[in-house]
Design a binder for this molecule. Sequence first.
Ligand SMILES: [Zn+2]
Length: 78
Amino acid sequence: MSQNHNKGQIYFCPMHPSVRQPKAAKCPRCGMALLPEGTRFGMLRHMTQRPLLLIAMVAVMVAVMVAVMVVVMAMMRG
Ligand SMILES: [Zn+2]
């Protein structure tokens, strides 16, 4: 229940991998917000934070592809 005090989680600066802090903070060199270790990019971090959104996006893409294939096959059969 205490995700803000996640023990063992290391935060690092994407621009300065040598900058590592045991808590969410800002890089002392560039002032950039540190990212949790294990995630390299902010976008990837957002996606992993919302797995349901990612699954929904994939499901929609698959549904569209199947619909297009069905239409194309129907047209080819004349
Ligand atoms: Zn930095």
